[in-house]
Design a protein around this ligand. Structure first.
Ligand code: CA2
Length: 146
């Protein structure tokens, strides 16, 4: 079974507890369940992780190397700051989808640039948690027949 690693960065553990106008009412556990179900429907296995630590996010990307067919990543605030995460993603040869729950192109200036976008094969933003479902669809479309 092909594996997708779904990696989530800092503060996303707070989903559903604060700022529902931006991030909605569902929790990170709801999101994880949605992703597992969607991936299984498509006969993929999802490994879902969330961390507040940049170094653990880099470690998780490295763990995906050789194990995952694709990475779906919402690096949260590290998207805008982390060359270390970009470097790690550049070492991964599979398909990469970047997801943002909010539309970062319509928020503060400092959110408009993403290092992750420099490596991502596809970027989804502004669709709420459904963005993760669309990202799984995109991965399936891209790699199912490879
Ligand atoms: O829109 C996204 O998915 C972001 O990656 C979310 C990050 C933000 O820094 C990016 O610019 C855009 C923030 C994640 C914080 O998530 C929270 C969720 C609920 C309550 C508080 C924070």
């Amino acid at each position: 079974m092909k594996t997708i690693h779904i990696l989530n960065g800092p503060n996303l553990n707070l989903l559903g507890t604060r700022e529902p106008d931006i991030y909605g009412h569902k929790t990170i556990n709801d999101l994880e369940k949605m992703c597992h179900e969607k991936a299984l429907e498509q006969s993929f296995k999802a490994i879902f992780k969330q961390t507040n630590s940049e170094s653990i996010l880099v470690d998780s990307i490295q763990e995906a190397i050789g194990e995952a067919s694709a990475i779906i990543i919402n690096a949260a605030a590290y998207s805008h700051t982390s060359i270390a995460i970009l470097d790690a993603l550049n070492s991964f040869e599979g398909y990469v989808v970047e997801v943002h729950i909010s539309d970062i192109s319509k928020r503060e200036e400092f959110r408009k640039f993403s290092f992750v976008s420099l490596r991502a094969d596809f970027v989804i933003m502004g669709l709420g948690l459904d963005g993760y479902i669309k990202a799984i669809d995109k991965v399936v479309e891209q790699i199912s027949y490879k």
